[in-house]
Design a protein around this ligand. Structure first.
Ligand SMILES: Nc1ncnc2c1ncn2[C@@H]1O[C@H](COP(=O)(O)OP(=O)(O)OP(=O)(O)O)[C@@H](O)[C@H]1O
Ligand SMILES: [Mg+2]
Length: 239
């Protein structure tokens, strides 16, 4: 098994504020990685640095063995590294089908558009029945399904989902969780950022906790840590 993604000593931030303090991780092809940690501790920042939206101050990011630390976001997308950002980045006035079609804009994804569309509809049958509906009229859960669907349309080798469950009701979360599990069990390498540790550990092969811009727990090193042990570590002694 070879490393698809390697982050080595990543340091970056905003303005003069350092957010990541030399963070490193490796993810092998076909595996799935969970990332959790308290709000504002650098999870999204790490993913922005990986997908080229934020420049590294120090360190390197390698995708499939090649450094992408200086690559433009578009060429990172063409290489198959697809980042579904936190929050809603859909086109509200376009339909479900039109939003999905825009997900397949890269040269990499365009030839497989029809096949990937079927894949998305198999993952989220609801989107198929609502294909002509304007995105702004979708429920929060449907919008998240569509966001993930747009990511799948881009034909990812590595798919990064940044808190796809945020603010959703438990029943919707369960439905979304099944689809995410399905993605993780296929050929797509997955990074899932998520606050629910029990959920994240049930879906992914291993989990990292990011605190203050550093990895403080790595379940692949920590061995058989239960989610309770991680919760107590994550929330501290007084939780
Ligand atoms: N565009 C920005 N400009 C300035 N500071 C930012 C910006 N985006 C994030 N930050 C700051 O960087 C730090 C890390 O934020 P980040 O969004 O990476 O956290 P997070 O772990 O993803 O949090 P959450 O769980 O709430 O999504 C925070 O202190 C945040 O205020
Ligand atoms: Mg975030």
């Amino acid at each position: 098994m070879s490393a698809l993604l390697e982050v080595a000593g990543a340091v970056t931030g905003y303005g003069r504020t350092r957010v990541l303090h030399g963070l490193s991780l490796t993810l092998n092809e076909g595996r799935s990685l969970g990332v959790c940690g308290p709000n504002g501790h650098g999870k999204t920042t790490l993913m922005r640095a990986v997908s080229g939206l934020l420049r590294l101050w120090e360190g390197d990011v390698r995708f499939d063995g090649k450094s992408i630390a200086r690559s433009a976001p578009q060429s990172i997308v063409e290489a198959g590294l697809i980042h579904v950002p936190q929050g809603n980045r859909l086109f509200p006035e376009l339909s479900v089908a039109e939003n999905l079609r825009l997900g397949a804009y890269s040269q990499r994804a365009r030839p497989n558009e029809a096949e990937n569309l079927e894949r998305v509809f198999a993952l989220f049958p609801k989107l198929k029945t609502r294909r002509s509906q304007k995105c702004r009229t979708l429920s929060g859960g449907e919008r998240q399904m569509l966001s993930i669907g747009v990511g799948v349309m881009a034909q990812p080798r590595l798919l990064i989902l940044d808190e796809p469950n945020l603010g959703l009701a438990p029943i919707v979360k369960e439905e979304l969780g099944e689809a995410i599990q399905d993605i993780a069990e296929r050929d797509i390498t997955l990074i899932l950022i998520e606050q629910d540790i029990e959920f994240i550990m049930s879906v992914t092969n291993h989990t990292l906790v990011v605190e203050q811009g550093e990895i403080t727990v790595d379940t692949s090193i920590a061995g058989d840590m239960t989610h309770e042990e991680i919760v107590s570590r994550y929330f501290g002694e007084n939780a």
